[in-house]
Structures are given as C-alpha cells and as structure tokens.
Ligand binder design. Structure first.
Ligand code: GLA
Length: 709
C-alpha cells in the first residue's frame, strides 16, 4: 500500500512501514523504515532541536528543522550542509528537490539489462531535480520486503561524468551492529559482526565479481539480536560485480547506509539526455530476529527472483566428475561413472572441466568450446547417447568469460582478452578474462555454445568463473569511457546469460565461481542454483552453509557429497542435504557399505525434497555460537512436518543435549518418525527433547523427522 497524506508517503503493509516526507525546503526525508506504523504517526518522527545545531548549516534560517546534516534522508546531495556520505558524485555540488511522483501498479521494469525481482505489488517513483540533473528513485513493495533503485538523467546541455551513483541510501535512527559475510576460496561466507560507530564501515568487492571476499548480503541489527529475537534489517544488492556498502553512525545517533556499484574503478559518461540505472537493492525488516529475516529473503528469492522451469520443477539428482577424475577422463570412464550412479539412483551425470579443445590440465583451451575427440572419440553425441541409454540425463561445464593464452581463440583474437595497452597482462590459473563488454566477443562465445547445446541433448550447464579481473580495460573502450569497463563487463555477462537462458529454457543452469565467488541475487535471476564452495569437507562446509543461508535459500545452494575424509558418509549426506544435494566422487570407489548408504541418501533426498526446497529454515545452533555442534531444521510451510539435523563438530562429554525445536504448530501433534513417540508442537518448542543419547563423536550426525498427525 502506498498513500500520500500531509506530504508524507506511507509505504508498507503489516510487515513494515516506510515514511517519506516531502520537506518544504526540497529534500525527501526518510522519517521511518521499520516496524509498521500509521501515516498519522509521522509528525512524531520530526525532530527540531530548539537550541539550534551549533556550527551546522540550515537550508532555511527561519526553520530550525531544516538542517540537512541531521535530517534523516532518503537521498542526499553534496555541498548543501549534509556532511555525511553522499550517494552520488558528479564532480559538482548537488541539491536535489522533489518535483513529482507516480505510483505504478506492480514492478517498473528496468531497461538496462540488469536483473530485477519480479512481481512487486506497487512502486513509488519519486522524481527529484536540480539544474542539469533528474533523479528518479523507485521503491517497489513486495509482501514482506521492499526493493529500491535509482536512475540519474543528464538534463543539461553538456556531458557529465558520473563518478558514483548508489542504488539507495537510507538513514535509520539509532545505532546498530553490522554483520557481514566474508572469506576467500574454500572459506566463503564467514560471519563477522562489529558495531557501527562514527567511523565508516566498508564492505566492498573490487575483484570484478561480487566475490568470495565479501558478500553483498549483510545485516544491521540492534546489539544482542539473535536468531529468534531482535530488530534486524537485511540488505542485499542484485548485482554480480564490484559493490560498495558503507555504514556509519553520526553524533546524533542516526545510522546512514549507502549501497551500490563500487565507485572505486567506476565512472560513467552521460551525454545530454542519457541516463544511468543502478542495480536494484533488496531491503528486509523484521523485529523477530535474524532467522525470520533469512526466511523473508528466502521467500522473496524463491517467489520473485528465481525464474524458469526449475523454479518449481524438481531438479535431477546429479553426480559431477570434477573431484572424481579432474581432467583425467574419457568416454568409457564417464560411462562407468554413470553405470554405477544409475545403480544407486542418481539421475544425471555432469561432465566438468576438461572436455574441450586439447584441455588435459588448466593451462589451455578456454575459449575453444568444441569437443576434444581424443578424449571423447566420436564426440559428444556418442557419449550422451550412452549416458542417456542408461536412463541418465547429461550436463556439461563451461567457463564462458575466460580465455587461455594457449587457445585457438586467443591466437585468432589476442585483443579479445581484458587488457590495458602497454601493460603486462596478469595471469591467474593460466588464463585471462575475456572481454565480455564486446558484442562481437559475446556473439562468438554464444555461437560456440549454441552449436553444442542445440546439437546435443544437454540438460544442465555449469557456468564457472575462476579468476579475478586485473588490467580492467577493453580494446574498444577509450576515454572518456575507459572506466566504464567493470560495469560493462557485468552487463555483458548478464546479456550472454540472458541469451543462453532464452535460447535454452529447459537447461538447468548452475553458476559457480571457484566455488562461491559469485553467490549473489544477480546470478540467481539466471540460475536457480549456485555451487557454494569448492570446499566439500562436510564439517568445514557447515560454517559456509550457515553463512550462505543468511540470505539465500537451500534450493539455491549447490552442495555435494565428496570423498573428503574427515567424516563418514552419513554426515556428508546430512550436510549436503541442506542444499541442492548431489555427488562429487568416483562411484566405483565406494565401498559396498557406502553404496548402501548412498541408496538410503537418494531415497531421503526424494522424500525431503519439497521440505528442504520449499520449506522454512530455522538455524537452531549456529557454528558461531557453539563450537561443539551445529543444528538446523526445515519446517513445511503448513507445519505438517519438520526435519531436524544435528552435527557434532567437536566431541564433548555431554550429559545433556536439550533442543527446543522451532517453527512448529503448538496445536499439532507430531510423531517422531521411526518411533511411536508423539509430542505436541507446544511441548517440542517449549520443553524440547533431551537428545544426549544420539551419536555425538566428532563428525557424527543425526536427523529427526517429525510428522504431524
Ligand atoms: C572451479 C569449480 C570446480 C570445478 C573447477 C574446474 O574450481 O569451482 O567445481 O568446476 O573449477 O576447473
């Protein structure tokens, strides 16, 4: 619902409210974003200091409420007395004033090729101007969340250079803690919390992708907020390139947050009449704790961001060749994997890296996307026919944004890799990044992919991106557009993904970036699942999965059982079951005992698929709260069943392990599967069960399945 009353817009519903006041002096104030309130309450949020603001500047000397430096704002300029961080830099002072607004039903589609949440209920478009510039801010309301974005138009008669344009800024009264998710390769999504004080906190990516160093999803919360309690804001940027998130809290205890494309390494040239659209950001608010914030994100992403056939259709259970064979495979070996996989109930074989050009190690052939017939005699058709004949589907690996210096493509087009003239090109994993900002490059890669994907029966594509960007430049981009490269690269990647998903709507696309190096909402718009980490050790994965689950639903989180040694098969299965589930091993090396366990896991996968893919996640014991064990639950949306999983990270001599379960219906009676024990939901949530008798040596785990009667 969007209403305008007494110059105050009220946006919201029973979950949240946002109050935007049109200040008579021009700026748009954000009086409130948080718990639901009434528009009539707006005046209570106005603050007028009586004694004045000391050295601060007033917009209107007769109005002591007109101090830009202390107003809670929905947007700010620079050079007009607001000394906090501005969301915009154009090289001159800016002072935007409200001029008009429109209320649109639904979502206003973006025209810049950026991904965007679909199916919003209503959108408020606020138009602000200053001489030479028009700013449009979009606020789109969803059932339990809101999105925001900005568009800047050059309305003057001279070109301007945009140095920074954030997707949104917001001022929130009070001081908060910020929790971010940071790490590196094989160690993604480590949780860090720190107070937001007067110094600016920065959470950013500069690698060219959203990166495994920092995720664009983060939280602001009141100190002490936990999984089940506390006021929490969640934010995320629907973008897969360099991002920048800043927060600081001023002397008046207002916290300002800016989110958008990283201005570091960014400029955009705007000729008169041109505009720039920012990526969209997602905003979530709840007073019910961090767990509820996650569930809001999960529902929004499942309902409004993930698209295509596999948004709702059951995905095939896969086995991937990477950790089973690396580059060392041929048709017979892959078929032998498929034969054994078939016996245990696996539904798809994915041939990972190494099938194209002359690639037998990571030192060549990226860009030569035609089959290596030395390895696969007779080509893909022969292999796929044999796999299909077994009743398995077939998937394949690509790394479309990369080029090996030792490749036919590079030899033919040395200027197609990212580079800056007269500078050495940095190499990583023996490869360069290909120039996705170029249409001709994208056409070539799309053409090569089309040839393979249209000719053969391919059900799945894993799209990888294995190195960071350096020497960020294109042979076709020169001044004044040189620093547009990073964003143009991301737009190019989105364009290619768009062409691919439109041409092959039935292919299940899984993103990957050396594991979880590009796990962001932008990628989820194209692929319903993303490989979460190259670290397949079940115990180390737990922290990665807890961190990933903060914003991203289980059905998006690529998770496989591998041969990693620290735990037995049962725990590997229990941990991977939290995600998309699959296998990453040579099935012919499984012991007979493990084969039986795999068969059990496959049955469990089918039985719990809907519960995990569409159910609600409750993080019961988080690894950052307890170093001995981790536990989580999936509860069906109608609360008719619940699956609890507990993993011991470190042995402890435990006399009592009491768990109070979460998210159940207090009125329902639940049967603990495999027993004749029945408990009311109220009992399970309030008194809980003593689980001390279950296995709890290091690496052991167990599940409990409760079914309502
Ligand atoms: C990345 C991926 C792996 C695998 C290899 C292949 O590291 O994360 O899963 O696909 O590339 O080179």
């Amino acid at each position: 619902m969007i209403q305008l009353e007494n110059n105050v817009f009220h946006l919201g519903n029973e979950c949240y409210s946002c109050l935007l006041r049109l200040d008579p002096n021009g700026p748009v104030q954000q009086l409130h974003f948080g718990e639901p309130v009434c528009a009539e309450d707006a005046s209570a949020f106005l603050y007028n200091p009586g004694l004045g603001w000391g050295s601060s500047v007033l917009l209107n000397s007769d109005d002591t409420g007109s101090c830009m430096d202390t107003m809670p704002l929905a947007w700010s300029g620079s050079g007009r007395g607001d000394y906090r961080e501005s969301p915009l830099e154009v090289g001159f002072a800016t002072d935007f004033k409200y001029v008009s607004h429109r209320i649109h039903s639904g979502t206003v589609p973006m025209t810049s090729g950026l991904p965007q949440a679909q199916g919003g209920e209503e959108t408020l478009e606020l138009v602000l101007e200053q001489p030479g510039l028009r700013l449009r801010m979009y606020f789109t309301l969803f059932e339990t969340a809101m999105t925001r974005r900005a568009v800047l138009e050059n309305t003057g008669d001279a070109p301007i250079t945009l140095r920074k344009l954030m997707s949104f800024m917001t001022d929130l009264p009070g001081s908060y803690e910020i929790t971010t998710f940071d790490g590196g390769w094989c160690a993604e999504m480590r949780r860090h919390t720190l107070p937001v004080l007067d110094s600016r906190v920065v959470n950013e990516s500069t690698t060219g992708a959203s990166s495994n160093r920092h995720n664009p999803g983060f939280l602001l919360h009141e100190p002490g907020a936990g999984e089940t309690h506390g006021r929490v804001y969640g934010f995320n940027l629907v973008y897969s390139g360099n991002f920048d998130i800043t927060a600081d809290c001023d002397y008046y205890e207002t916290t300002r947050v800016n989110i958008g494309i990283n201005p570091d390494g960014f400029t955009w040239h705007l000729d008169p009449g041109e505009e720039f659209q920012t990526p969209e950001a997602v905003l979530v608010y709840t007073d019910k704790g961090i767990g509820e914030m996650s569930r809001i994100f999960h529902r929004l992403y499942l309902n409004n961001l993930v698209r295509g056939r596999y948004k709702t259709e059951k995905r095939p259970l896969l086995i991937n060749s990477w950790e089973a064979a690396y580059f060392d495979f041929d048709t017979d070996k892959l078929v032998s994997f498929a034969e054994r996989a078939k016996e245990v109930g696996i539904e798809m074989l994915v041939m990972d890296d190494g099938w194209f050009g002359v690639r037998n190690s990571d030192n060549c052939s990226l860009g030569d996307w035609y089959v290596n017939e030395d390895k696969l005699p007779g080509g893909l058709g022969v292999l796929i026919d044999r796999i299909n004949a077994l009743g398995l589907k077939f998937g394949i690996w690509y790394e479309p944004e990369m080029i090996s210096p030792d490749s036919d493509l590079y030899r033919a087009h040395p200027d197609w890799c990212i580079h800056v003239p007269n500078r050495d090109k940095s190499i990583a994993r023996q490869q360069y990044v290909i120039d996705m900002s170029r249409q001709d490059v994208r056409d070539n890669i799309f053409g090569q992919m089309y040839d393979v994907l249209s000719k053969y029966k391919i059900d799945y594509v894993k799209w990888d991106f294995n190195r960071n960007i350096t020497e960020a430049g294109s042979a076709l981009l020169s001044a004044p557009r040189g620093e547009e490269f990073f964003h143009r690269f991301v737009l190019g990647t989105y364009d290619l993904m768009n062409r691919l998903t439109e041409a092959f709507p039935d292919i299940l696309l899984e993103n990957c970036s050396g594991g979880g190096g590009r796990f962001d909402p932008g990628m989820l718009y194209y692929s319903p699942q993303i490989w979460a980490s190259d670290n397949t050790d079940a115990l180390e994965r737990i922290a990665i999965q807890f961190g990933t689950s903060m914003c991203y639903p289980a059905s998006t989180m690529g998770a496989h059982v591998s041969m990693s040694r620290r735990t037995g098969f049962a725990t590997k299965g229990n941990v991977a079951m939290w995600g998309t589930f699959g296998y990453e091993l040579d099935p012919n090396r499984l012991s007979e005992k493990d084969v039986e366990l795999v068969k059990e896991q496959v049955k469990e996968y089918h039985r719990t698929y809907d519960l995990i893919h569409y159910g609600d996640l409750y993080r019961v014991t988080c690894p950052w709260e307890n170093s001995y064990r981790s536990a989580w639950e999936f509860v069906a949306p109608d609360k008719s069943e619940m699956l609890f999983t507990s993993v011991t990270l470190r042995y402890y001599h435990c006399m009592k392990y009491i768990v109070r379960f979460k998210g159940l219906d207090p009125e329902k009676t639940y049967l603990l599967e495999g027993t004749d024990k029945r408990y009311s939901g109220a009992f399970l949530m309030n008194a809980g069960l003593n689980l001390s008798k279950y296995p709890h040596s290091t690496g052991e785990s167990f599940t409990l399945h409760f079914i309502a009667e």
